[in-house]
Design a protein around this ligand. Structure first.
Ligand code: GRF
Length: 205
């Protein structure tokens, strides 16, 4: 079993996908052990509590500096004895202390086909405004380059003539909800090998 923390800020539909995968037995050997939020109220926290998962709130505004916030996040992750971290709709950039403590062990889900349209809060709008016909979602490893870590997995989603950000974002999330648990399962199973900046998915033993 490899204990996982999920960092959230909002709706938590990707967290729910992980909770559902765990309930279905398809997340093993990953095991959800902590949900960390950067705010005291959000739907994601409600989902975590409903699933009986431990939660912790670490708000930036409760600390004088980013470094102290970073240290508090790291302390919460260590206290929960997690080995892997997922950021799923987490509206913060993890600090250097956390990145250093979890090399190659942090996954993020992003609602576009990186490296196109980075910036989690407006990626869907940006893709629409640019007029691309195909966008999608990306699960990548988190490094100190925001939205630029090694790509683990991607799924394409076609843009329809009548799409707005809501309709397109909803279809992208359907794909994220499949992709993220699968990527986490592979990472937990030790089946993702980093070669340069390419991630190779190894066949099962
Ligand atoms: C997802 O589309 C994720 O890629 C982006 O923000 C959205 C979060 O959705 N970073 P949710 O909170 O998991 O429902």
């Amino acid at each position: 079993m490899r204990r996982v923390a999920v960092c959230v800020s909002g709706r938590g539909s990707n967290l729910q996908a992980l909770i559902d995968a765990e309930a279905a037995g398809t997340l093993l050997p990953a095991r959800l052990a902590l949900v960390l939020a950067d705010r005291s109220r959000c739907l994601a926290l409600d989902r975590a509590r409903a699933a009986g998962l431990p939660t912790v709130v670490v708000r930036v505004r409760d600390f004088d500096t980013r470094e102290e916030w970073d240290a508090a996040v790291l302390a919460a992750l260590r206290a929960a004895e997690v080995e892997l971290v997922v950021t799923a709709g987490f509206n913060r950039v993890l600090g250097p202390a956390v990145l250093a403590a979890f090399p190659g062990a942090i996954l993020n889900t992003h609602p576009a086909l990186l490296p196109s349209f980075p910036g989690g809060l407006h990626a869907v709008e940006d893709a629409l405004a640019h007029g691309v016909r195909i966008t999608g979602c990306t699960v990548h490893m988190v490094t100190d380059e925001v939205d630029d870590g090694p790509i683990v997995a991607q799924r394409a989603v076609e843009v329809r003539e009548d799409d707005d950000a809501d309709s397109l974002g909803t279809r992208i999330r359907v794909e994220e909800h499949r992709l993220l648990p699968e990527a986490l399962r592979l990472l937990a199973a030790g089946r993702l090998r980093l070669e340069g900046r390419r991630v190779r998915a190894l066949a099962p033993e």
